[in-house]
Write a protein that binds this ligand. Structure first.
Ligand code: PRP
Length: 212
């Protein structure tokens, strides 16, 4: 009998897309598609339990072993550096991370740049790599508002379609990370105990990624 696999998926569009890949790989759990507010779904027959969690929390569940495996963006892995195995690039949820500002913003090199972001560690390491002092303003969302209200000079944030920047009259100034995508991650001790099962799942997901 298969051992139960606990899988943390990011709530939202990316998670739903990724669920269909897992289902194709043999880990179906039809109850997950029911329209309700449940967060945990189980299919004993195939031995799987899914949790919908906040995208930025997936790595915490996996790192601490509450989930054996999960899917989260490379941005989260770079920001929080969790102790997990990164086993596969699912090549979906593709975006970049950029510095953006109001169109008329001009940098004053004599003072630190005020940077609003959800990704403080990534922003700090980027600006330190180019030798520029910054003043970090850590926010949890709607980052694009910060330069408009002059809370910050620039933002460091995810750009997918570029629509949010455009609709808020902001523009890209620099690219911090040109390629971010969803990654399959695994808890280190789960990998020891469920290695065969996890490897089979990774192989099936890999095939699906390659035929895309
Ligand atoms: C993300 C990101 C940008 C937007 C980029 O926000 O922080 O705001 O998506 O996508 P686009 O280039 O396709 O417009 P998210 O939806 O996660 O919201 P939040 O940052 O306000 O939490």
């Amino acid at each position: 009998m298969k051992k139960m696999l606990n899988i943390a998926l990011p709530k939202g569009r990316l998670g739903e897309k990724v669920y269909t890949m897992f289902a194709k790989a043999g880990y179906e759990c039809p109850s997950i598609l029911e329209q309700n507010r449940k967060l945990i779904f189980e299919n004993d027959e195939v031995g799987v339990r899914y949790f919908w969690v906040k995208p930025s929390d997936v790595a915490i569940y996996v790192e601490r072993g509450a989930a054996d495996i999960g899917v989260c963006g490379k941005d989260i892995l770079l920001e929080y550096a969790p102790t997990v195995y990164e086993l596969l690039d699912l090549k979906t949820g593709i975006c970049s991370m950029c510095v953006a500002s109001k169109k008329d913003y001009i940098d004053n090199p004599t003072r630190p740049i005020k940077v609003a972001t959800k990704f403080s560690n990534i922003a700090l390491s980027y600006y330190s790599s180019i030798g520029r002092d910054i003043d970090i303003i850590h926010l949890n969302g709607s980052i694009e508002i910060a330069p408009i209200l002059e809370l910050s000079d620039v933002i460091v944030d995810i750009v997918e379609t570029g629509k949010t920047l455009k609709e808020n009259n902001l523009e890209i100034k620099e690219t911090v990370l040109p390629y971010i995508s969803a990654r399959f991650i695994c808890n280190k001790s789960s990998y020891k105990f469920k290695e065969q099962q996890i490897n089979e799942l990774v192989s099936s997901l890999k095939e699906q990624v390659e035929v895309k």
